[in-house]
Design a protein around this ligand. Structure first.
Ligand SMILES: [Zn+2]
Ligand SMILES: [Zn+2]
Ligand SMILES: [Zn+2]
Length: 351
């Protein structure tokens, strides 16, 4: 009683001895197979095969029921060849995942876990999540959770979700907790990126400050350096331009001179102080106030408090990271810098 779709193993086994075992699938189909090969590929099948039989003469049959016959056929094919077509994963990925878990075939399980995770939809995500839990497939489990978190609006509308709410409230709680933590994690990540970006800008501002005070740039330069006839923007011009405007403002600001607080001047002041904290050549340095700040710190008139030290440390490490991460598209980085140079992000640290 063989089905044409279900005996594909017999062809791949043409050089092997006669099959000595049959696998019985749902619908009563039989797949002929070799016990030695099944035993080698799956320790669970090995156990079944080695169990003593009641009647020596009786035909050996292993039933694999509850999944479509073609899925069992693909599974047996895998046991013979260690290969599985992508279309079979697409069609029977879930069944093959269960079979590979039950019969302990880790490579196939991994393959299915990956294949199924690539085919998640709002409709199947909850079911696959439950399956991943049952089959002890942690990678797939996480992928499902992430998928549900990202597509919650549509998942919430599905029948599977409603069914799960009624029958497995613990799983619902687990999912909602995951979504909550996932959001917190993303928020932390965004905050971290934003801070990292700020330190990076400060570190660039430090490079620009030194370059402006040493070589001069488009609108500001040291008094003893003649500006180039046609000054061209340097390669960090987005930042450099902002720093130059700040220096010009600092030199001319009346508010500061008259004793009033000026946020732009404060920012410049902090940039100069930050430079001094980082500068390792104060004797030859041309950045204004570099030595004065160092002297003040030495005289402990202006203690380098913990918060300031942390800022200095982070700017230095952002610089180190930036030099490693030059692979980031330059244009994008410059755009981000330009954007943030104009906003008031810095004031958080600069006030
Ligand atoms: Zn410049
Ligand atoms: Zn000012
Ligand atoms: Zn300096």
């Amino acid at each position: 009683m063989e089905h044409s779709n279900c005996n594909s193993t017999s062809s791949s086994a043409s050089e092997l001895p006669e099959p000595d075992i049959h696998i019985l699938t749902s619908g009563g189909f039989r797949i002929p197979a070799h016990s030695s090969i099944l035993a080698m590929a799956s320790p669970v099948l090995e156990n079944i095969i080695e169990q003593p039989r009641k009647h020596r003469s009786s035909e050996r049959v292993i039933p694999i029921l509850g999944v479509p016959c073609d899925a069992v056929s693909a599974f047996v094919d895998y046991l013979y060849s260690s290969r599985c077509k992508e279309e079979e994963i697409a069609k029977y990925g879930i069944h093959l995942l269960v079979l590979s878990h039950v019969y302990s075939v880790p490579q196939l399980k991994q393959r299915c876990s990956k294949g199924v995770s690539q085919r998640l939809t709002a409709e199947n995500a909850v079911d696959v999540l439950q399956l991943a839990r049952l089959c002890d497939a942690p990678d797939l489990y996480i992928k499902c959770m992430k998928y549900i978190a990202a597509h919650f609006k549509s998942v919430e509308q599905t029948e599977a979700w409603n069914f799960m709410q009624d029958h497995d409230p613990w799983l619902e709680l687990e999912i909602l907790q995951f979504i909550d933590e996932d959001e917190k994690r993303k928020r932390r990540m965004r905050r971290h990126m934003k801070e990292q970006n700020l330190y990076l800008q400060l570190s660039e501002a430090m490079v620009c400050l030194q370059h402006i005070c040493t070589e001069g740039c488009t609108i500001v330069g040291p008094y003893d350096v003649k500006p180039a006839k046609k000054p061209s923007p340097c390669n960090k011009y987005a930042t450099c331009h902002g720093v130059q405007l700040l220096i010009k403002h600092f030199a001319l600001c009346k508010t500061r001179v008259n004793g009033g607080g000026c946020s732009r001047c404060n920012r410049m002041w902090q940039l100069l102080r930050l430079h001094s904290s980082i500068c390792d050549q104060p004797d030859s340095c041309r950045v204004p106030l570099c030595r004065q700040f160092k002297v003040k710190v030495q005289q402990q008139k202006m203690g380098d408090d913990a918060k300031w030290k942390l800022l200095v440390k982070k700017v230095l490490s952002a610089k180190a990271i930036a030099s490693l991460a030059l692979a980031t598209p330059k244009r994008k980085r410059e755009d981000e810098l330009r954007e943030t140079m104009d906003t008031h992000h810095q004031e958080r640290f600069m006030e």
